[in-house]
Write a protein that binds this ligand. Structure first.
Ligand code: SF4
Length: 180
């Protein structure tokens, strides 16, 4: 294996050893890997826009966008496509190569998908990479995003079933599974 290939055969012990490194050592390792793959000082600029803020029906205990959170955040509707594309154009003018759009949804509704597709197509037409985070997707919704040309999808995996009750505060893991 050459220095520039991505490793996919990490063992648990090797990963644990990385976690145990002193922070400055970890930074050194990270910089060494970065320099092997990218020009010195080169980073990708990415802009993140909240296209739908607050009012999420999920109850992740750490999230200010949950309907159950005591954050005082005012929920908004999905942004107008033109406003999103204006923000994307500004991001491009400011040097961003990727535009990420996040919505505070547990999962998108099918009626929202046409606008989402227009956003992806519009941002792609500007020559930027697209990234979205919209919550859980059905297989059909994932396919729709792929066909529209979405480059990246971000989805956080919160925790294990054993630790679930410490994160999602009002439902058990089983109750949550029953709703899927
Ligand atoms: S699903 Fe996402 S937006 Fe909704 S409460 Fe959880 S972290 Fe927040």
């Amino acid at each position: 294996m050459t220095d520039t290939e991505t490793r996919t055969d990490w063992t648990r012990d090797e990963i644990a050893a990385l976690f145990d490194l002193p922070f400055d050592e970890l930074m050194w390792e990270a910089q060494s890997v970065h320099r092997r793959h990218h020009a010195r000082g080169e980073i990708q600029l990415c802009t993140l826009l909240s296209i739908k803020t607050g009012g999420c029906v999920e109850d992740c205990g750490y999230c200010s966008q949950s309907k159950s959170a005591d954050s005082g955040l005012k929920a908004t509707k999905l942004m107008d496509v033109r406003a999103v594309l204006q923000a994307a154009a500004q991001a491009k003018d400011s040097g961003s190569q990727r535009f990420c759009m996040g919505a505070a949804w547990r999962n998108p509704k099918d009626r929202d998908m046409p606008a989402i597709v227009e956003m992806i197509e519009g941002v792609r037409a500007m020559g930027m990479e697209t990234c979205m985070t919209l919550g859980m997707l059905s297989k059909e919704q994932a396919q729709t995003l792929a066909v529209a040309g979405l480059d990246y999808y971000n989805h956080n995996i919160d925790t294990s079933p054993e630790h679930y009750g410490n994160v999602i505060t009002t439902r058990t893991f089983q109750e949550r599974l029953d709703t899927l």
